[in-house]
Design a protein around this ligand. Structure first.
Ligand code: ATP
Ligand code: MG
Length: 412
């Protein structure tokens, strides 16, 4: 992509009402556009990151046997009334039609997925099944001050699984937890797993996936020596206590953001919808259900928060909008431009995704924009590049710089 053609521009200042660092950086770099508190549009650079995160999540969900679907987000009110959520879920957006019919906007989709699974799983032979989607969710959140980390409209991956036994469910639950940890590490994050009670869904055990960041809205206690981690809200211990799991480490307190969670839903929704299947003896049984959420846009927000510096964003390779940011410093020098043009073509042919800053602006502006946008590798074509056949390769995350020949660069 030639940057001169990119319709978005960087900006020096974020909107005055935007207090979250993730959104300030993403707006300034032209990744997102703010519509109102908690609602953002994704622009070309932002959408590329989002799609890469979605692809990682999709690969990992497919790998545990998840089948992707796309559920409606505009819902009839009936299933929400059937489960009690119409009355009990305070964040549910309810819409009144001019026909006086009422609708709900999807905030989670147990109400839609359970009847779908029910239709296609009349027998134990049809189970287990895991169904997921990646899409928009709507919640009437009171606080929406965390940028894209807490939206009123936001991206989520939600998976739901149905099983004939608790044992089968628990096996899948473990596999899903492992898949979650792979998602976060592929996105360049370290997530800690907390045990929590099921909250509004059930009294059963659930797990939250937490990433330490001051921008997070949760407080966690974690062990410095082992993987133990708990939400302060539920923990019996306090900071400084010795770890209840390993007994060796001491517990530290930190702010964290919940980037995903998994719930054992038991038979609640099967009961609400009268979803029974025939077992091997022909008897009616209720399936055991699990649900598994990942906050896709929150994840992107957490990455923007934690992997950035005073100059701007710094994307890990796996989710960067482009692999290489190619900068030509002197656009009035025809030889430099020809050199950079050929590099752009050759890198692209090699399969590298390149953002090519071919704009006629000062070198300082190009450097500042490249720092702000945060593409992991920067290739700089200066005046002496042509004579020496060399470019500068700068790594955004470390600032490390090396001179490489065009050939070395293309072989990389
Ligand atoms: P939180 O406690 O942060 O409100 P939650 O318990 O309501 O989260 P779930 O309903 O289980 O979360 O949603 C699954 C995942 O979706 C969460 O783990 C989180 O990563 C993400 N998420 C939840 N609410 C929002 C939101 N308003 N904006 C962005 N992401 C969200
Ligand atoms: Mg919530």
């Amino acid at each position: 992509m030639r940057q001169s053609q990119l319709f978005t521009k960087t900006r020096r200042e974020a909107p005055a009402d935007e207090t979250a660092k993730n959104a300030q950086l993403l707006i300034r770099a032209g990744f997102v556009h703010k519509e109102m508190a908690g609602v953002y549009s994704f622009l070309p650079l932002g959408l590329r990151v989002l799609k890469k995160i979605e692809d990682i999540v999709r690969e990992e969900m497919d790998a545990v046997g998840g089948q992707e679907i796309r559920m409606a987000t505009l819902h009839p009110s009936e299933p929400w009334k059937q489960t009690g959520a119409w009355e009990n879920v305070d964040v549910l957006f309810k819409i009144q039609s001019r026909t006086e019919k009422e609708y709900a906007l999807g905030q989670s989709e147990e109400e839609i997925v359970t009847p779908i699974a029910q239709e296609y799983a009349p027998s134990y032979k049809d189970l287990p099944v895991a169904i997921y989607q990646i899409g928009q969710k709507y919640r009437d959140e009171l606080r929406a001050k965390s940028g894209i980390m807490r939206g009123r409209e936001f991206g989520m991956k939600d998976m739901y699984s149905f099983h004939t036994s608790q044992e089968d469910f628990e096996k899948f639950y473990e596999r899903a937890k492992e898949a979650y940890l792979r998602v976060y590490s592929r996105c360049g994050l370290v997530a800690k797993v907390t045990e929590a009670s099921g909250g509004s869904f059930s009294e059963k055990l659930s797990y939250e996936f937490m990433v330490i960041t001051d921008a997070g809205e949760d407080d966690i206690l974690y062990c410095e020596a082992c993987t133990h981690c708990a939400n302060v809200e539920v923990a019996k211990e306090k900071e400084g206590d010795s770890c209840p799991k390993c007994g060796k480490g001491t517990l530290k307190k930190a702010k964290a953001s919940e980037v995903g969670n998994v719930f054992d839903l038991g038979q609640k929704y099967a009961r609400d919808f009268g979803f029974s299947y025939k077992d091997a003896e022909g008897k009616d049984q209720l399936p055991i259900m699990g649900c598994y959420g990942i906050g896709i846009t929150r994840l992107m927000g957490v990455i923007a928060e934690t992997l950035s510096d005073e100059k701007g964003l710094s994307w890990p390779e796996a989710i960067a909008p482009y692999d290489v940011h190619l900068l030509v410093l002197t656009t009035d020098d025809a030889a430099s431009v020809a050199f950079a043009d050929s590099l752009y073509e050759d890198l692209s042919k090699k399969g590298k995704k390149v953002l090519y800053d071919d704009r006629s602006v000062r070198a300082g502006e190009k450097f500042a924009d490249a720092d702000l946008i945060g593409i992991p590798a920067r290739v700089i074509v200066g005046k002496d590049s042509v004579a020496k056949g060399e470019v500068e390769l700068v790594h955004r995350a470390t600032g490390q710089m090396e001179k490489v020949t065009k050939e070395t660069l293309l072989a990389w």
